[in-house]
Each structure stands twice: as C-alpha cells, then as structure tokens.
Design a protein around this ligand. Structure first.
Ligand code: NAD
Ligand code: UDP
Ligand code: UDP
Length: 317
C-alpha cells in the first residue's frame, strides 16, 4: 500500500440497502469499515460478501444506545426508510433518528470525527415548490403517520447543526431523493421493487391513479459517489445538500420500461391513488453540481437493467 490515508470509518445502518453499497466502496478505497446495524430492515446477507475482508467488521448495535468505538469518520444511515417499515414501530423510528443522532454526534464530538447524516427529501414534506432547493423549509404534517420519519429526520438535522455551532463539529448533511438499485427491499412497497417483482412474476403491474404522477430515481452507485465526494469537501460545506437524479418520469413510463426490460407479458392494472400521494418530486441538484461537480451518470434504463438482474438472480433463480 502506498502513502495513503487509511481511515477507520463507521457506517451505521451499514447492512441496509444504501449502507452495504457504501461499505463496499469505502473498502475499495482502502479504508477500514465498521458496520453497525440492528438488522431491523438490513441483513447479514447484504454484506455477506464483505465478511471475509479483514478490513471489514460487522457489529450488531442499535444506535438508540450509546456506542463507544474509535473511528475517524462516521456515516449515519441507520433508520428504516420505507413507509411500511418506518410505520411498523413509529416510536422506535423517531428514537432511531433523534437518539441515534445524539449518540452518533456525542461519539463524533469525543473523537473529533467528521460525521455525515443521511437526511431525506421527506424533510420537504408535501412541497409547495418544484424542484426543491435546499433553502425550502418544507411543509410537513407534525402529527400524521409519516411524521415519525419526517420529523425525526428534521430533528436530526437540527441536532447536527446545533452540534456544529455549539461544539464546532464537522458535519455533512445530505438530503437523499428516491434511490434504487440492487439490494433494495423486495417487499417494501416502493414503486421500483413492486414493478420489477410483478413483472418477473408475470403479475399485473399496479399503477396507482392515472400514472401521470412523476418521480425522479437515482441509481445507488451515483448516490454513493455523491456521499464520498461530499465527505471530502472542505469543512465549510456542511450542507444540507440535495442528492438525487433530476430526470423525471411518470409512473406509467416507469411501468412500460420495466415491462420492456424484463421482457414480461405483464399488463398494467390501475389501482386507487393513496392519500396524500405527491404529484411530483424532483431534486434541485445545482448546489451539488457547483460544489463538487457531481451529477448522476447512470441512465434509468441501465440502472433498471442492473436492478432487474439482481432481483432475478436473488429471488427468481
Ligand atoms: P434500509 O432500511 O435498507 O437501511 C437502513 C438500515 O438501518 C438497515 O440496515 C436497518 O437494519 C438499520 N437500522 C434501522 N434502525 C436502526 C437502529 N435503531 N440501530 C441500528 N441500525 C438500524 O434503507 P436505505 O434505503 O438503505 O436507507 C439508508 C438511509 O438513507 C436511511 O437513513 C434513510 O432514511 C436514508 N434515505 C434513503 C432513501 C432511499 O431512497 N433509499 C431516500 C432518502 C433517505
Ligand atoms: N456518546 C456515545 N459515544 C461516545 C460519546 C457519547 O454514544 O463516545 C453518547 C452518550 O450516550 C451521550 C450522547 O452521545 O449521551 C451525547 O454526547 P454529548 O457528549 O454530546 O452529551 P452528554 O454526554 O454531555 O450528554
Ligand atoms: N406507485 C405505484 N404503484 C406501486 C407503488 C407505488 O404506482 O405499486 C406510485 C405511488 O403512488 C407514487 C410513486 O409510485 O406515486 C412512488 O411511490 P413510492 O412509494 O415508491 O415513493 P414515494 O411516493 O415516497 O416517492
């Protein structure tokens, strides 16, 4: 190994969808990775291929409890991300975001370590402006069924900025927009996994409403590249920083792509639109572009093809 700055990096939620890809990329870069996860929505399977690596360590830990370890950098991803999962035990969801943030910030403070928070586009709630720039304060219902996630994440952002101002901690807050790819959950009810599984099973593709609502989907490799680049920006760049893919597609377009790429004979079946379903969600990534020249590079068709290959191999082999 040449003169390289090997770091010890903690990834909370590292056995989840995004976390497992992040662990992989950090190891590829030559770092030591400590993955802490309570396996609520993540699993050992997601990091099985890393367990033989002497630079990788997997630890069962719930971030709502204190953690005393020695690391140089922290990525705080622990938190269930889909409504089905985060509404299963909403009190635990808020605790994970809030107590988890306090514990990881306390850890970062003791160590003088830089810490990144995986925040979310959900902090914008049901947005009144499109696309959403980081300055937008959001429109969140404090007492609805999504509040445990949205408000938990908002409070975590507050804690990050207060630790930054009060204790001079180096923080990096990213607001992640819809991301997809291999190792996403098969049963979390999200549109990409639903459509792919339905297509592979030859079942009807369930498009909610008329399918004219739009979403923007970022392939996981692009997002993780954004994490790594942002972590290495100067300390003044605290965020919050939007990361996502601005390409917008209607759900009907998505359904048609999935049918074509899987070669499925599935038909489209329209189902009722869920309550409060946003018409449109799209990131404004001009800050990420200007700060670090970042923008997504994987087109939806290609990312879908890779995700379909994963689902085929894992569940339909
Ligand atoms: P995921 O559910 O696959 O990963 C979350 C991980 O956190 C899982 O491995 C889970 O077991 C773990 N976890 C949950 N509660 C924990 C606790 N109390 N202690 C320790 N570990 C705990 O979801 P993901 O999509 O990989 O999301 C990762 C992070 O990114 C989350 O914080 C999520 O809010 C955020 N995010 C994701 C998206 C997306 O599109 N995937 C969008 C916005 C934000
Ligand atoms: N903490 C932790 N690991 C550490 C240091 C702190 O988990 O290495 C937790 C600890 O439980 C504490 C929280 O982080 O409650 C916040 O720490 P901080 O030092 O900010 O606050 P205090 O300890 O004064 O409450
Ligand atoms: N959706 C759909 N069929 C499904 C699942 C979701 O048409 O089987 C729609 C849903 O109504 C929404 C969009 O796809 O308009 C994205 O839904 P998802 O839950 O994946 O993400 P979010 O609404 O949080 O962006």
């Amino acid at each position: 190994m040449h003169s390289f700055n090997r770091k010890r990096v903690l990834v909370t939620g590292g056995a989840g969808f995004l976390g497992s890809h992040l662990c992989e990329r950090l190891l590829e870069r030559g770092h030591d990775v400590l993955c802490a996860d309570n396996f609520f929505t993540g699993s050992r399977d997601n990091v099985l291929h890393l367990l033989e690596n002497p630079h990788f360590e997997l630890m069962r830990h719930d971030v709502t409890f204190p953690l005393y370890v020695e690391v140089d950098e922290i990525y705080n991803l622990a938190c269930p991300a889909s409504p089905i999962h985060y509404q299963h035990d909403p009190v635990q969801t808020t605790k994970t975001s809030v107590h988890g943030a306090i514990n990881m910030l306390g850890l970062a403070k003791r160590l003088g370590a830089r810490i990144m928070q995986a925040s979310t586009s959900e902090v914008y709630g049901d947005p009144a402006i499109h696309p959403q720039p980081e300055e937008y304060w959001g429109n969140v219902n404090t007492i609805g069924p999504r509040a445990c996630y949205d408000e938990g994440k908002r409070c975590a952002e507050t804690l990050f900025f207060d630790y930054h101002r009060q204790h001079q901690l180096s923080i990096k807050v990213i607001r992640i927009f819809n991301t997809y790819g291999p190792r996403m959950h098969p049963n979390d009810g999200r549109v990409v996994s639903n459509f792919i599984i339905q297509a592979l099973k030859g079942e009807a593709i369930t498009v909610y409403g008329d399918g004219q609502q739009t979403r923007s989907f970022c392939y996981v490799d692009d997002l993780v590249d954004g994490f790594l680049r942002f972590m290495d920006t100067p300390a003044e760049a605290t965020g919050p920083l939007n990361l996502g893919n601005p390409g917008e597609f209607t759900m009907l377009e998505l359904a048609e792509k999935v049918i074509r790429l899987t070669g499925s004979a599935s038909r489209i079946a329209h189902k009722p639109l869920p309550q409060d379903d946003p018409k449109q969600r799209q990131p404004d990534i001009s800050k990420a572009r200007a700060l670090m020249g970042w923008e997504p590079t994987v087109p939806l068709d290609e990312g879908l093809a890779r995700t379909i290959a994963y689902f085929r191999g894992r569940f339909f082999a």
